[in-house]
Write a new protein. Structure first.
Length: 178
């Protein structure tokens, strides 16, 4: 018989790992952080309101653990508040869709990344894979800091909209037009 904790971890692990990977950029560190998230969640289980979805609570724990690690000057890459807000919004939008499988979401993400133009893919790659600062991206792409920020914002927005659209089409739902 599966315990409640085992089932809870199985149901939430993919989401937590995905969020941690987006925060840190490296799978190995993300796996460590995800495990730590569940340890903290277990220790603070009395604080969780079971009437609410667990995703935002678990992501909040992940965000706090990553911030604490950054403050301790651990060699952990950390994204800024704007990116955290965007990640939280995307996860919230995806999480609100019952029945979706994470495999479908990852496939949609891969397909949407392939649909982005080369400049957007390159900008995202420099920022999230190579962990470049906005200034470094601007220097590599020979463009202004303002242009880098604008391009990344628009690329992330297009990516999120594309993923949501593909998931809605896969479910047979119509894509909102406004």
């Amino acid at each position: 018989m599966t315990s409640f904790l085992d089932q809870f971890v199985r149901e939430q692990y993919a989401m937590v790992l995905s969020f941690c990977t987006a925060l840190l950029g490296r799978r190995e560190e993300a796996e460590d952080l995800a495990q730590e998230v569940f340890l903290v969640a277990w220790r603070k289980r009395e604080e969780f309101d079971a009437r609410l979805p667990p995703g935002p609570w678990l992501r909040g724990i992940a965000r706090n653990l990553a911030r604490n690690a950054a403050r301790r000057a651990c060699p952990v890459a950390f994204v800024g508040d704007a990116t955290l807000e965007w990640l939280e919004e995307v996860h919230h939008r995806i999480e609100a869709r019952p029945g979706d499988q994470w495999v479908d979401k990852l496939e949609a993400l891969d397909a949407c990344l392939a649909e982005l133009d080369e400049a957007d893919r390159r900008s995202l790659s420099l920022r999230y894979h190579e962990r470049c600062s906005y200034e470094e991206i601007g220097a590599r792409l020979k463009t202004s800091l303002a242009n880098v920020k604008k391009r990344l914002y628009r690329a992330r927005r297009r990516l999120a909209d594309c993923v949501m659209g593909k998931l809605e089409v896969a479910d047979g739902r119509s894509v909102p037009t406004a």
